[in-house]
Ligand binder design. Structure first.
Ligand SMILES: [Zn+2]
Length: 432
């Protein structure tokens, strides 16, 4: 028996169907548009990548690379600003000359999605493949630029120079402090690797110097009149060695002697050690740092050599991994043919100024595979991979994945809200 449905309900059901069919079709159509725009941009973006690779500009010297990227973004319709103002104690003259901020507004209010580009090289060229970070971000920008006129929200592309050399201050930290990330709801970045990975773990790091001032004396005639600053450094080393057993396994403490006396027949008046503390979360790093400082204070008391020590002006935090954001990229990877089994975690970690961005804004970094597993960044072999065909194919997939994930978020402010709430909760829980 058929159930009678009142006309207004029938119309309602029809409307829902129409919405589902046309709504979904239009989202698919737009995703298709993004993919075709990226495919169409691969030739020009590959050239950009090759030029950046060839120029191999070091941190804060990336003049040609940043100019080229700004020009490409202008062609895509972005409003681009270079020479960004930053704190003068972090970058000379207070102007980040090779940084830029590009903005493209959508059809109305909505989330602000930021994509970061890196383009600095190392002494042995682009052995960290930052030319491909720039290219994948540019590809994503090209795809999204096509749909922004019909999409709510705003797209920002931030050129973040000097990751390798200036990560403790000159790169993203300076741009954050200069306010250039303000308004970013979610931040995306990619990085080449020896595997596909969405492992967001990076180590927080703080480093500074211990300087001990003792009293010089003839080492044979009057050692009893001297105070050895070097003894204080050695005692600090010993105390830290004992501390190492009582910290979590991810904690790293590095220490080197930078000054240890001048003449062997003089009790060292001045000695200095540089040290760094790292951990997978910022709170644990801070706590370990405090304990290391206490090791030096104990050495000061034991030897009588006066300790001078200053809290560092800048340090790197660990990013807060936000599972729903990571999942947003993983879903796109799957749709682009990268199976879940291919997405792998890391066993060991380093630090990056990316960690600072990821401590203040929900951030996701997509590691994309350009080299066989075991080929590490910063080596000559990795540099070759950053110029290879295989590397380029992965770069295009990475660009597509972040473009599609960003597009999904631009159209779903509710998802962005959930990501930001989760981020806040996880940050509050950190280190507990
Ligand atoms: Zn790198």
């Amino acid at each position: 028996m058929q159930t009678a449905i009142p006309w207004f309900r029938k119309r309602g059901i029809l409307l829902i169907f129409a919405f589902i069919i046309f709504g979904a079709t239009s989202a698919w159509a737009d995703e298709g548009k993004i993919i075709s725009a990226i495919d169409a941009a691969t030739v020009s973006c590959k050239m950009v990548s090759e030029k950046i690779f060839e120029w191999r500009e070091l941190g804060q010297q990336e003049f040609k690379s940043s100019a080229l990227l700004m020009e490409e973004l202008r062609k895509l319709g972005f409003k681009v600003t270079g020479n960004l103002k930053v704190p003068p104690d972090l970058v000379k003259d207070g102007i980040a000359k090779t940084a830029f901020r590009a903005e493209l507004a959508g059809k109305g209010p909505g989330p602000t999605i930021t994509i970061m580009l890196e383009y600095d090289a190392l002494a042995n060229g682009h052995s960290c493949g930052h030319n491909l970070i720039a290219a994948s971000g540019l590809l994503a920008a090209a795809g999204l630029a096509k749909v922004m006129p019909e999409t709510p929200g705003r797209l920002l592309v931030i050129g973040t120079p000097d990751e390798e050399r200036g990560s403790m201050g000159g790169g993203k930290v300076a741009l954050l402090e200069g306010g250039h990330f303000e308004g970013s709801d979610v931040v995306f970045i990619t990085h080449p690797q020896d595997r596909w990975s969405l492992d967001q773990r990076l180590l927080a790091i703080k480093r500074t110097f211990f300087t001990f001032k003792g009293k010089a004396a003839h080492a044979a005639l009057a050692p009893h009149k001297g105070i050895s600053a070097l003894d204080a450094v050695i005692l600090t080393f010993n105390a830290i060695d004992m501390l190492r057993e009582h910290v979590r396994q991810d904690v790293r403490i590095h220490i080197i002697v930078t000054k240890g006396g001048i003449n062997v027949n003089v009790v060292p008046e001045l000695a200095q050690a540089e040290f760094a503390v790292r951990a997978l979360d910022t709170a644990t790093m801070e706590e370990t740092f405090r304990r290391v400082v206490n090791c030096a204070r104990g050495a000061e008391l034991a030897t009588g050599a006066k300790l001078e020590f200053k809290e560092p002006r800048v340090y790197l935090t660990a990013p807060i991994a936000v599972p729903p954001l990571t999942m947003a990229v993983r879903n796109q990877l799957r749709s682009l043919g990268i199976a879940d089994e291919e997405v792998k975690d890391f066993a060991d970690f380093a630090s990056s100024d990316l960690g600072r961005v990821g401590f203040f804004h929900p951030t996701v970094n997509l590691w994309f595979k350009i080299a066989p597993e075991g080929v590490a960044p910063h080596t000559d072999a990795f540099r070759e991979a950053a110029a290879s065909e295989e590397g380029w194919k992965a770069t295009v997939i990475a660009g597509k994945a972040i473009a599609l994930a960003a597009y999904d978020l631009l159209n779903n402010p509710e998802k962005v809200k959930q990501i930001r709430e989760k981020f806040k909760q996880l940050k509050e829980k950190e280190g507990k």
